[in-house]
Design a protein around this ligand. Structure first.
Ligand SMILES: Nc1nc2c(c(=O)[nH]1)N[C@H]1C(S)=C(S)[C@@H](COP(=O)(O)OP(=O)(O)OC[C@H]3O[C@@H](n4cnc5c(=O)[nH]c(N)nc54)[C@H](O)[C@@H]3O)O[C@H]1N2
Ligand SMILES: Nc1nc2c(c(=O)[nH]1)N[C@H]1C(S)=C(S)[C@@H](COP(=O)(O)OP(=O)(O)OC[C@H]3O[C@@H](n4cnc5c(=O)[nH]c(N)nc54)[C@H](O)[C@@H]3O)O[C@H]1N2
Ligand SMILES: [Mo]
Length: 812
């Protein structure tokens, strides 16, 4: 979230699109109700289904799954042609005035720089025109034909309401009504928040859907303000913590990244990461990358990370490709990966194309599951049901099951969607032989280290020299780890501007990332968490809910990264000329003549006077200092979002580019060899399927709980009345739903809540698949929804396309 849960109450319009907060985030959804009651906010829901969120809305519009870029592209066109943008905000705080290179082009659905053989873009032609002073050129009038605003106007002019309706199936009138609600927030003093989750992320173009939402919010001046923002409602209670701590194959803690195999020395590694500012006076905060990186290496390897060995840079692996979950199972299937530690993860249930997942597991020599529960994954070899995925007599895989505790049986902190780190205390002892995850991993580590010390081995330094300063080596405590993430001074630290002024003594906890150094004198395991456990103690355990401005800004409650800031980019909530809030009633920060003060921690240089020419801008993490409407780097499939069809869709061509087959689905998405042929077509699988959650279950855990199993006992699928009639299906019938990858059988619920859509004369029906059951647990054993889903992911994140694919349905 750019903002936070409580802040939702400050919104004038709440757009829930690509999520179903009432169902999947029922506690947080109360702030939507607060906004409605106390702020007269309008709730607008856009979803293929009339959901529990829609039931509480002021306006609902249906949409075909997988077509959100077309919808939002149409909104951008509406805003740009009707001048419903907050012009001064856009001029000062976005890259709308930046001039794009002459070489940039977009033709037939493809941007310049496409390599068809590699299915990959080179982004060389997507940059800005550079001036002789070394800075990017801008045109503050935003009239230059190649400035970002004009490039965008041309790009989105193709998304007319009629074209949007053809692609999305949303009737023109309903689409325009949603545009009106959205456009009503283009003025200072009105705010819209967007709440989204998997309905946006789980698509082959998910990242670009989210970007389109962000672009829309920027044009409206809704980013950085109270009641605004782009708010990802995260999933598992600590999944925000997972990304913060870098638990992805290409990440390091604090959004640092692993080096690629082309970056074998430290200087080459820093170059694309510690970027110089593209405009005068801008902070380009990532210039501090070396401080965060060296501090991380010191936290991990202590005295073994020295200036001479480049802070142990060689101890880190260099990656040749992304090792995401799809990649791991692809490699397993090829026999190139033969051991797998599966910690708190049930891929047989949760990853696409169950047959392919099971085929991969079947080739392993060993599988370790660490879980409080028994799972489908630990029993993959059982060949449950009718799908005949495995022959148990031929499986050689040894499965080790290590029972773990769960969060209620441990101390620790959870990072929620608001970026708040909230400390929690153990509520009960774990039963039986369960051990905390930390203890299992720590024990595994010490045994491996001892083996290396005893027997030697190739390049064992990264393991034998790992710093391990915990009181009980086989069981580090949550407190010790939290202090390590925060970081401490390894030597006396003096003020950078006044070298006589001692600011921190050796051994003291750092107060924040501002004091981190790149000379080895500080350590910090996750720079964005610096400030969470300072000399003043555990900030995550704070429980002061004082709200002095009465707008939900409780800076004394827990601790938020970065720097306890609650609304990111909050300097954009002020008029660039005066530094006074656009909306004085919702004061995040304002300029008092000498400093920035207010209800939040300023997201700008503390003494950045608005009167200064070229003063520091609020988007300090970009090298431009402003937000990117047009992204010259960072996106796999182009600098501006464009509609592509899901890999399986009822449209044989992309209606935006009917003549170019290369531009049908995301041209930069990674498709493994053989998987392109495994996509189905509308001839055999004429219906759009989408999968989702129910309040009554949490994934595949609660089917182990009797009470949950009683309320939602078994798999069902949902279809609309038109489709039911066409197929002769009545409510309660057993049906078989099949895709190119297999089939499931389930009870069918016929509902008015899934409307049939009309896409330019083509009738589109949706099959809804709640995704909570399997063959382990106390609920009725049966099929897994992910038998049906395709093995393809988003081009940037590799999040699987769970939300739009093709199926057939028949009564059995
Ligand atoms: N009770 C309960 N709560 C949960 C969970 C749970 O299992 N049970 N899981 C948690 C986790 S891990 C997560 S990640 C979150 C997920 O939270 P959500 O993303 O809100 O949950 P989903 O139900 O997967 O999907 C949301 C909605 O997206 C819609 N949708 C599908 N395709 C599209 C599309 O193309 N466009 C648009 N606009 N909408 C589409 C679906 O119809 C559905 O209503 O929930 C969390 N909360
Ligand atoms: N078709 C389809 N598939 C989906 C989705 C969808 O919308 N549609 N959503 C996707 C999403 S967003 C998610 S997050 C995934 C979830 O997929 P998974 O993470 O694979 O599934 P879960 O059942 O949430 O959790 C896995 C296991 O973690 C265990 N666990 C709980 N607490 C602890 C602990 O403290 N330690 C350890 N070691 N284990 C613990 C649980 O018992 C459970 O067995 O599913 C994905 N799959
Ligand atoms: Mo999730």
């Amino acid at each position: 979230m750019t903002n936070h849960w409580v802040d939702i109450k400050n919104a004038d319009v709440v757009l829930i699109m690509g999520g179903n907060a009432a169902e999947a985030h029922p506690c947080g959804f109360k702030w939507v109700i607060e906004a409605k009651h106390h702020n007269k906010a309008k709730l607008v829901v856009v979803d293929p289904r009339f959901t529990r969120s829609a039931a509480m809305s002021d306006y609902y519009a249906p949409i075909r799954a997988g077509s959100d870029i077309a919808f939002l592209g149409g909104v951008l066109n509406y805003l740009l042609t009707n001048n419903k943008i907050q012009t001064e905000y856009v001029r000062s705080y976005t890259n709308a005035p930046f001039i794009v290179n002459e070489g940039f082009d977009f033709q037939d659905g493809l941007f310049s720089g496409y390599d068809e053989a590699k299915r990959r873009y080179s982004n060389e032609s997507w940059g800005y025109e550079m001036g002789e002073d070394g800075y990017a050129k801008v045109d503050p009038t935003m009239e230059h034909p190649r400035c970002v605003l004009q490039v965008m106007k041309r790009h989105y002019s193709r998304y007319t309401p009629e074209q949007v309706s053809k692609i999305t199936g949303t009737p023109v009138k309903q689409f325009l009504k949603v545009c009106e609600y959205i456009a009503s927030t283009a003025q200072p003093g009105r705010a819209m928040t967007i709440l989204y989750a998997l309905g946006w992320t789980q698509h082959s173009q998910g990242s670009q859907i989210i970007r389109t939402g962000a672009i829309m919010q920027l044009l409206l001046g809704n980013v950085g303000i109270a009641g605004g923002g782009l708010n990802a409602l995260r999933g598992h209670s600590n999944i925000q913590g997972l990304t913060d701590l870098g638990l992805l194959s290409n990440s390091l803690p604090g959004y640092l990244s692993l080096a690629t195999d082309k970056e074998q020395d430290l200087e080459t590694y820093y170059k694309p990461r510690a970027l110089k500012p593209l405009r005068p006076n801008q902070m380009s905060y990532w210039q501090n990358y070396p401080k965060f990186f060296v501090s991380l290496q010191k936290a991990w390897w202590g005295d073994a990370a020295t200036k001479e060995n480049n802070w142990a840079f060689d101890y880190l692996p260099k990656i040749d490709k992304l090792y995401d979950v799809l990649q791991a199972f692809e490699l397993m299937g090829q026999g190139k990966l033969n051991g797998y530690i599966c910690q708190g993860f049930n891929p047989v249930g949760s990853f696409p194309n169950k047959k392919k997942i099971i085929a991969g597991l079947s080739k392993l020599k060993f599988l370790v599951t660490m879980d409080p529960l028994n799972t489908e994954t630990s029993e993959f070899w059982k060949n449950f049901g009718e799908s005949n995925d495995v022959d148990p007599s031929k499986i050689q895989t040894t499965v080790f099951r290590l029972p773990t505790t769960c969060f209620a049986e441990e101390d620790g902190s959870l990072s929620n969607s608001s970026r708040w780190l909230q400390w929690h205390w153990k509520g009960a002892e774990a039963p039986y032989e369960c051990k905390p995850d930390i203890e299992i991993i720590a024990d595994l580590f010490s045994r491996m280290k001892n083996l290396y010390l005893k027997d030697g081995g190739a390049f064992s330094d990264p393991i034998t020299k790992l710093s391990w300063p915990y009181k009980i080596p086989h069981s580090p405590s949550a407190e010790e780890l939290a202090k390590e993430f925060n970081g401490k001074a390894l030597a006396d630290i003096y003020d950078a501007k006044d070298p006589t002024k001692l600011i921190l003594k050796a051994g003291e906890q750092v107060p924040g990332f501002g004091v981190l150094r790149d000379d080895g004198s500080t350590a910090s395991g996750c720079w964005v968490y610096a400030g969470a456990w300072t000399q003043a103690g555990n900030q995550m355990a704070r429980r002061d809910n004082a709200d002095p401005y009465n707008i939900g800004q409780t800076l004394g409650w827990a601790w938020a990264w970065p720097a306890n800031r609650r609304v990111l980019y909050n300097a954009a909530s002020t008029d660039p000329k005066t530094g006074k809030p656009w909306n004085p009633a919702l004061n995040l920060i304002s300029w008092n003549g000498t400093a920035w003060t207010g209800s939040d921690i300023p997201d700008i240089r503390p003494d950045a006077d608005p009167a200064e020419e070229n003063r520091t801008q609020p988007f300090i993490m970009t090298s431009e200092g402003v937000a990117r409407l047009f992204a010259p780097t960072g996106m796999a499939e182009g600098p501006l979002p464009e509609h592509y069809e899901p890999f399986e869709s009822p449209f044989p061509v992309n209606p935006m580019h009917p003549k170019n087959p290369l531009a049908r689905a995301n041209p930069a998405a990674r498709v493994f060899k053989g998987d392109m042929e495994a996509f189905g077509t509308a001839k055999d699988f004429p219906y759009v399927a989408t999968s989702y959650r129910l309040t009554e279950h949490f994934h595949y855990w609660t089917k182990n709980v009797v009470s949950n199993a009683i309320i939602q006992p078994q798999q069902f699928v949902e279809i609309g009345e038109e489709l039911a009639k066409a197929k002769g299906i009545t409510n309660g019938d057993m049906v078989k739903v099949s895709s190119m990858r297999g089939f499931i059988k389930a009870k069918c619920l016929v509902t008015k809540r899934i409307p049939q859509l009309d896409c330019d004369g083509m009738k589109v029906d949706t099959v809804g698949l709640p995704n909570h059951w399997g063959f382990v647990g106390v609920a009725k054993p049966g099929f897994l929804v992910n038998t049906l889903t395709p093995f393809v992911g988003d081009a940037n994140t590799q999040t699987p396309e769970f939300k739009s694919f093709l199926v057939n349905i028949e009564r059995v």
